[in-house]
Design a protein around this ligand. Structure first.
Ligand SMILES: Cc1ncc(COP(=O)(O)O)c(C=O)c1O
Length: 498
C-alpha cells in the first residue's frame, strides 16, 4: 500500500515472491552509494582518463544472458562502464553544449521512471505539474507563451514549431500535402542542422531553406533576410517561417531578434526562435540584452537539458498563439476518444508516448529557485569570459571570434609552427586532450580554421578549473610540437600520433 500523499517515504515491506528484485533495499543502498560517489567525483576535474578494466571489456562481449544473475554485480558493472566513459557532468567536459546532470533532476528522473506516467493522455495531477513547469520555463526566459510542451529534444521542438508554422502558412497542408506549394523557410548560415532536418521532415524539401548570410558577429543579417524574402515573393513563393537562432551551436551568436521580428511582422510570417542552447541566458543581467524582441516570436525552443542542467532529454517548445499546435497535430482516434471537444495532450504534440520530463525541471526549480539558476548561468558566462581573456593574453593562442554567450573557439598557434600545419596540429591537440582526460574538449572549424571549442554550460565549473584549460592545452600542444619536431621536422612527412 502506498504511503498517503505528503507523508514522505514509508517503510518497505518485503517484495512478494517472484518479484524481479528479491532484495530491493540492498540494491537501493548500493545505488545511493554509487550516486553519492559519482556526485562527489563531479565536484572536481578528474586527474586523468581511466582505462576500462579488461575483464569488464570481456564481459561486454558476451551474448544474451539466458538466465538470471546477481543484480548487485550487474549494477556494479554498469557503474564501471560509466566511470570509464565520457560524462558531460564532469566540470571540465567542455566539448559540446551538453547537459550536466543536476542532482535534483536526477532525483526527479528516478521518480518519473518509477511511476512512468505517460503524458500522452490525461494523467491526473501530473498534467497540472506539467503545465506549471511550462509556465515556469516561459517566465524564466521571458516569453509570453500561452501553451507549450516538454519534448524529446531541440530537434523535436524545432520540428514541432515548423509543423505549426506550416499549417498557418499553408492551411490544409496536413490534408493535401505540400506538393502544390512553393514555399520557403529562412535561417542563418550558422543555424543548427535540426532546422534543415525539420524542413526535410515537413516535406518542404531542403531547397526550400534559405541560408541567410551573417554579419561580423556571426548573426543573421536582417537586410539580407528582407532581400531574400522580397526575391521569393517576386517569384511567387510563399514564405513560411524564419528560424532565428538565439545561441548558435558553433559560437553562441544570438541573431538580432527584434529586427527579424520586424521583417516577420511586415509579412505576417511565423518567427521561431531556436534557443535550444542559448535561451537561458535571456534570464541573466549580463546577456539578457541580446534577446530583445524574443517576446515577439511565435514560438521558441529551449533545451533544459543544455544550459539548465537537466538530464537528457528535456526540451521545451513554447507557442504564443492558442490553437496553433492543435491545428497542426489535433486528431480523433478510436483508441483515444475526446472528452467532448477537449483535446488529449497528444492533440497538440508531435510525439505520442511522452515521459514525465517536466518533473525534472519542476523539482529543480522548486528546490533551487529561479535566482539560483540565473546565478549558475551567469557563472558559466563569466567562465567563458575568463577563458576568452586568457586566450587574448596568451602569445601562443588565438581567439577565432568575439564570444556573445558561453562558447569560445580558439586555437594553439605555437611559435615556429608553419601556418599550413595549424589545422592538423589543433585537431591532434583536441584528440590528445580527450585522451588525457583532465579537460575534455572537441575540435571544431571556424572560417576554415580547425580550432578548439570550449562550451561552458556546466554549473560545476569553477574559475580555477577554467584556468586548467589553457594550462593543459599549452602543455599538450607544446609536447605535440616538440615530439613531432624531434621525429620529423614539419613538412610533407607523416606526423606521429600524439
Ligand atoms: C541551436 C541548437 N538547436 C537545436 C539543437 C538540437 O537539440 P537536441 O540535440 O536536443 O535535439 C542543438 C543541439 O546542440 C542546438 O545547439
Amino acid at each position: 500500500m502506498a504511503p498517503p500523499p505528503g507523508s514522505g517515504p514509508g517503510s518497505t515491506d518485503s517484495p512478494p515472491a517472484g518479484s524481479p528484485l528479491a532484495d530491493r533495499d540492498a540494491v537501493l543502498r548500493d545505488l545511493s552509494r554509487y550516486l553519492a560517489t559519482a556526485w562527489a567525483s563531479f565536484d572536481r576535474p578528474r586527474p586523468s582518463e581511466p582505462e576500462a578494466d579488461p575483464r569488464l571489456l570481456e564481459r561486454l562481449r558476451t551474448g544474451l544472458p539466458a538466465g538470471p544473475s546477481d543484480p548487485q554485480a550487474a549494477l556494479d558493472d554498469a557503474v564501471h562502464v560509466l566511470e570509464s566513459s565520457v560524462s558531460p557532468s564532469r566540470p571540465l567536459f567542455l566539448a559540446y553544449v551538453g547537459s550536466s546532470g543536476l542532482e535534483t533532476s536526477v532525483l526527479a528522473s528516478a521518480l518519473m521512471a518509477t511511476y512512468d506516467a505517460n503524458l500522452a493522455t490525461a494523467a491526473g495531477a501530473a498534467d497540472l505539474l506539467d503545465r506549471q513547469a511550462v509556465r515556469w520555463v516561459a517566465e524564466f526566459v521571458g516569453f509570453p507563451a500561452v501553451e507549450g510542451h516538454f519534448t524529446s529534444g531541440g530537434q523535436t521542438s524545432n520540428l514541432t514549431a515548423l509543423l505549426a508554422a506550416r499549417e498557418q502558412a499553408l492551411p490544409g497542408a496536413r490534408e493535401h500535402g505540400v506538393a502544390g506549394y512553393r514555399t520557403a523557410v529562412y535561417c542563418s548560415d550558422e543555424a543548427h542542422h535540426s532546422v534543415v532536418r525539420g524542413v526535410e521532415a515537413a516535406g518542404l524539401g531542403r531547397r526550400a531553406l534559405r541560408r541567410i548570410p551573417t554579419d561580423d558577429r556571426r548573426r543573421m543579417r536582417v537586410d539580407a533576410l528582407a532581400d531574400a524574402l522580397a526575391r521569393d515573393r517576386a517569384d511567387g513563393i510563399t514564405p513560411m517561417a524564419v528560424v532565428a537562432t538565439a545561441g548558435t551551436t558553433l559560437t553562441g551568436a544570438v541573431d538580432p531578434l527584434d529586427g527579424i521580428a520586424d521583417v516577420c511582422a511586415e509579412s505576417g510570417m511565423w518567427l521561431h526562435v531556436d534557443g535550444a542552447y542559448g535561451l537561458p541566458a535571456a534570464a541573466t543581467a549580463s546577456a539578457g540584452h541580446w534577446f530583445t524582441g524574443l517576446d515577439r516570436a511565435d514560438s521558441v525552443t529551449v533545451d533544459a537539458h543544455k544550459w539548465l542542467g537537466m538530464q537528457k532529454s528535456c526540451s521545451v517548445v513554447l507557442v504564443r498563439r492558442r490553437g496553433a499546435l492543435r491545428a497542426a497535430f489535433g486528431h480523433e482516434e478510436r483508441y483515444m476518444l475526446h472528452d467532448e471537444d477537449a483535446g488529449n495532450p497528444v492533440d497538440s504534440t508531435f510525439e505520442y508516448s511522452r515521459p514525465f520530463r517536466s518533473m525534472r525541471l519542476w523539482l529543480s526549480m522548486r528546490v533551487h529557485g529561479a535566482a539560483q539558476f540565473r546565478t549558475w548561468v551567469e557563472t558559466t558566462l563569466q567562465n567563458a569570459a575568463r577563458l576568452t581573456d586568457a586566450v587574448r593574453a596568451h602569445p601562443e593562442f588565438e581567439l577565432l571570434h568575439e564570444p556573445m554567450l558561453s562558447t569560445v573557439c580558439f586555437r594553439h598557434v605555437p611559435a615556429g609552427l608553419p601556418a599550413d600545419r595549424l589545422d592538423v596540429h589543433n585537431e591532434r591537440l583536441a584528440r590528445a586532450m580527450q585522451r588525457d582526460g583532465r579537460v575534455f574538449l572537441a575540435p571544431a572549424e571556424v572560417d576554415g580554421h580547425t580550432c578548439l571549442r570550449a562550451c561552458f554550460v556546466n554549473f560545476r565549473t569553477t574559475p580555477d578549473a577554467v584556468d586548467l584549460v589553457l594550462e593543459v592545452a599549452a602543455e599538450l600542444g607544446g609536447a605535440a610540437v616538440s615530439g613531432a619536431a624531434a621525429w620529423a621536422p614539419w613538412g610533407s612527412n607523416p606526423q606521429p600520433a600524439d
